[in-house]
Ligand binder design. Structure first.
Ligand code: ADP
Ligand code: MG
Length: 694
């Protein structure tokens, strides 16, 4: 299948548009506008009211005014000053002002005694109203080139509004009328216009209301964008699910004893997630699911239940973590629970070498190891499983695409579960993970005491250290996080080492430990182990402790220069405490040069511990583009849709896209055909390849 012919004009050269030559095309290219199609989807962001007024007196100045005037005296330039022309509207006189007018242009354009319509910004200078360089000058009766309401487009130097508007109208003119891809009942309910009409309206706004996000034409065009994206994600999902999978039917043989040995009852959210996952695993379709749960929401138990289901079905499971520390932590978390069921658990990381590693690999290949926990080392070519049925990937964003492919080779039909501890606002999770099914742990296990969060000025450093000393004397433990902010990692490490020395001097040599990313792994593990065992009271750390580290007795978190961290990161760091029974404290130490937004972040953190709320605030403050880098997330750059403010459209689009595909998997119905056209229009190559393949 190739691009439908009726779309050709939209993918033609920009120079096919009125008023656009090679220079104009190059300037538009700088704005990532390469084709008439791109221009169609570049909408005006505001508008200028150019309705005719009788007089500039009708409007409070300064303002943009459009009035008919009688041209009076020309006052030529004096020295470096501008040329001025007196003009008179129906009620008052004012001046037109021109800097560096060329030749006799003024005399020709504004002859004394004649009537002209002028439009531009009028300001008062020393009590004299002036319009400098009118945007428009027209002869009455020939005025139709001054629009009543003029759209304002994003521009780049060298382009003018006039050129943009003319080219955009030209692009609308070559746009075909396309069959409808939107569900008719949705379109009716929303009162949306047809695609072509929506484009025409969006490029010819008549008022500010037409420019609002809620304007039906713009909302429809935004929906087209997100619907196309959700449709391609839904196609990827459908394609993955259609690949042969394995039904791993849990018997309860292993999970029952584990449940019986648990010192607590799983939360409702955990039960829900376990049910969703094991149901997916039991079906012959391949699972591709995301488990989202804030720090401390109890993902480990859910992961274990899934792994046990794989083992019960006679296979193996693997859990992969992004770092050595996290892999060990997972192992420690899983082991006591898994022991209750007599399951064989092993770890494989970059540290495994030689004979010992060979023995592990052999046991894995024989199926003697049932659950493997590991790092990237699991991807090595010589690692093979006897029967891999489930792969759990912790924090997927740190794994590359090629590694995921490699994983596919190790267990061709294995189910995949991705775990993330980063709560993502619903809108982003739909755009980023729309091809997956999502389980959310939105309920925390009971019995946690909230973390007391306080803001402290760095000027009070001595107070902070004194409090810390008293707390450590009482047997409490604390993290002290130093940020990576300087020009180089080296200078930051020096800062952390400096802090380490100073705290040691005050609290005692043996009571303070240090971990940072540049340390040899063995030293790092040893420092972590001493802290976990309670031998050290304070652990000075760079952000290596951010994710996952679990020392229940640690109840104090000090974050130095907290204002330079992002909200999500602060939330993750704070999540390291409040894990045990004791009341916990988080001290956010801020520097003298805290920015306004830094302050707001810290305030939000003090207000709430709800990760999803924090993520929503983060999205609001930073914008979607920033929150997850486009390139790494594969998230599209939407030209029209506003993810922060139109998130409800996403959910509608996902449901609609999945329904369309389940009713018409090959997209052959009239609406399905129309939807194919939409995918071409939106350049969703991947989805298009799938259509081609299918
Ligand atoms: P996460 O990995 O989501 O950050 P964990 O799985 O490490 O969270 O669980 C955090 C802590 O909560 C652990 O100490 C775990 O034993 C405990 N926990 C998990 N589920 C429950 C539950 N349903 N009730 C009480 N405690 C729980
Ligand atoms: Mg965990």
């Amino acid at each position: 299948m190739s691009r439908p012919e009726n779309l050709f004009p939209l993918f033609a050269d920009l120079t096919s548009l009125p008023g656009i030559g090679p220079k104009g095309a190059q300037l538009l290219g700088q704005m990532k506008i390469e084709t008439p199609r791109d221009l169609l989807f570049t909408l005006p962001h505001s508008g200028i009211d150019r309705r005719r007024r009788r007089s500039i007196r009708e409007i409070e100045l300064p303002a943009t005014v459009t009035v008919e005037v009688v041209v009076g005296t020309h006052r030529p330039q004096k020295g470096r000053g501008p040329a001025r022309i007196d003009v008179e509207d129906a009620e008052t006189s004012f001046q037109l002002v021109f800097f560096h007018p060329r030749g006799d242009w003024l005399a020709r354009t504004l002859p004394t005694g004649q009537r002209r319509i002028v439009s531009g910004r009028v300001e008062l200078f020393d009590g004299v109203a002036q319009m400098a360089h009118p945007d428009h000058i027209a002869v009455p009766g020939e005025t139709d080139d001054i629009p009543q309401f003029e759209p304002v487009y994003p521009l780049t130097a060298g382009l003018t509004q006039r050129v943009m508007a003319r080219a955009a109208i030209g692009a609308v003119a070559v746009a075909p009328r396309l069959p409808e891809w939107i569900d008719p009942s949705l379109k009716d309910r929303e009162g949306w216009p047809d695609w072509h009409d929506a484009l025409a309206a969006a490029h010819a706004p008549q008022s500010d209301a037409d420019l609002a996000l809620a304007a039906p034409a713009r909302r429809r065009l935004a929906y087209d964008e997100v619907f196309a994206h959700q449709l391609s994600l839904a196609m990827i999902r459908a394609e993955r699910r259609a690949r042969p999978g394995r039904a791993s039917i849990p018997t309860g043989r292993l999970s029952a004893p584990v449940r019986a040995a648990l010192p607590f009852a799983p939360t409702g959210a955990q039960e829900r997630a376990i049910a969703e996952i094991t149901e997916d695993m039991a079906s012959s379709q391949r699972m591709n699911r995301l488990l989202q749960g804030d720090v401390g929401s109890g993902k480990t138990l859910v992961a274990l239940m899934a792994l046990l289901a794989a083992v019960e079905a006679g296979g193996q499971g693997v859990l992969m973590a992004p770092t050595e520390i996290l892999a060990r932590q997972h192992l420690q978390g899983l082991r006591p629970m898994a022991e209750a069921a007599g399951v064989v658990l092993e770890i494989l990381t970059g540290r495994d070498k030689g004979a010992e590693r060979n023995a592990k690999l052999a046991a894995l290949a024989r199926g003697d190891i049932q659950i493997l926990v590991g790092t990237h080392a699991v991807f090595s070519a010589d690692v093979s499983f006897s029967d891999l049925r489930l792969a759990i990937v912790d924090e997927q964003h740190r794994f590359g695409v090629s590694q995921r492919l490699e994983l596919g080779r190790k267990g061709e039909m294995a189910d995949v579960l991705v775990m993330t501890a980063t709560p993502i606002p619903r809108s982003l999770s739909l755009t980023q993970y729309g091809q997956m099914d999502v389980s959310i742990l939105d309920e925390k296990p009971p019995g946690r005491t909230p973390v007391q969060t306080a803001l402290v000025s760095a000027a009070k450093y001595d107070d902070v250290v004194n409090r810390l000393r008293r707390a450590v004397d009482e047997g409490r433990q604390a993290y002290w996080v130093c940020p990576l902010v300087g020009e180089s990692e080296v200078s930051d490490l020096i800062a952390a080492e400096e802090r380490f020395k100073r705290l040691r001097a005050v609290l005692g040599e043996a009571r303070v430990g240090l971990v940072h990313g540049q340390m040899p792994v063995a030293e790092k593990d040893a420092a972590m182990a001493r802290f976990a065992a309670g031998e050290t009271g304070v652990l000075v750390a760079t952000t290596v402790i951010e994710v996952g580290v679990d020392v229940p007795n640690a109840s104090i978190m000090v974050i130095e220069r907290a204002e330079v961290f992002g909200l999500a990161q602060l939330h993750q760091l704070r999540g390291r405490v409040g894990r045990g029974a004791a009341a916990s404290t988080c001290l956010l130490v801020y520097g003298a040069e805290m920015s306004e937004s830094g302050r707001r972040r810290l305030d939000i953190l003090r207000e709430t511990e709800d990760g999803f709320r924090i993520a929503e605030e983060d999205l609001r403050m930073r914008g979607a583009g920033d929150m997850i880098g486009h390139a790494q997330s594969g998230m599209p750059r939407f030209r029209i849709a506003d993810l922060e403010r139109q998130s409800s459209l996403l959910a509608v689009a996902q449901t609609d896209a999945r329904r369309l595909l389940s009713d018409d998997p090959a997209l052959t119905s009239p609406r399905g055909q129309a939807a194919r056209g939409l995918l071409w229009l939106m350049e969703h190559d991947k989805a298009i390849d799938l259509i081609r393949a299918g």
